[in-house]
Design a protein around this ligand. Structure first.
Ligand SMILES: [Fe+2]
Ligand SMILES: [Fe+2]
Length: 205
């Protein structure tokens, strides 16, 4: 597989698309790029001895949300990716990539039915929704909704806790859980500071 050519193809299909009105143009493409980075970091930790799927994981990450906006986007995305990748990959590679895309959000950490490759992509995808990205999304959303700073840092903290717990429980690997815990701590710390500075205070002063 020629990864450079495939990445260009992914860009052509996704970089000008806006999947949600309150998200940036090309969001699914940039998210795919980040997931591709994270999935290889996780693979190196979880399956350090086997890099044979790195290219498949990379391409699957780039294309995994190509169906975003039309649900079930994993099923629709697998079909779209098959079509897009036919000229760049062997039939076996296309099937493997489409298979990963189809399962990327069918999370079931208790199940033994999934390969490590599926689980790695699922975790990398989820991990990207937390951390600095959460703040980026919150700010884009606030701007779209014309919210004030006060309205941005005021949210239901119990709900947020529940949200974090829910997604943490969907992760397959302990390393993913520790990554997400660190990201959640960062978000909480950021908003704690934002609430102080947003009202003219000096944080920890
Ligand atoms: Fe997705
Ligand atoms: Fe995703």
């Amino acid at each position: 597989m020629d990864l450079n050519t495939i990445k260009q193809a992914a860009g052509k299909l996704m970089i000008d698309r806006r999947v949600h009105i309150d998200r940036e143009k090309g969001g699914a493409y940039y998210h795919g790029e980040r997931v591709a980075g994270t999935v290889l970091i996780l693979r190196n930790i979880v399956v350090p001895e086997d890099c044979s799927y790195d290219d498949i994981l990379t391409v699957a990450s780039w294309f995994h949300d190509i169906g975003k906006g039309i649900e079930p986007h994993n099923v629709y995305g697998a079909v779209l990716a098959k079509e897009a990748l036919r000229e760049y990959c062997s039939p076996k590679e296309v099937d493997e990539i489409a298979g990963l895309i189809e399962l990327h959000c069918e999370r079931c950490p208790q199940s033994n039915d999934y390969t490590a490759w599926v689980k790695l992509l699922q975790d990398a995808d989820l991990i990207d929704h937390f951390g600095t990205f959460t703040i980026w999304m919150d700010f884009l959303h606030s701007s779209f909704e014309e919210k004030s700073i006060e309205q941005t840092f005021t949210y239901d903290e119990a709900e947020w806790e529940k949200h974090c717990q829910k997604y943490r429980n969907l992760l397959n690997y302990d390393v993913s859980k520790s990554i997400i815990d660190d990201k959640i701590n960062f978000i909480n710390e950021f908003y704690a500071r934002f609430r102080v500075e947003g009202r003219g205070g000096i944080y920890k002063f």
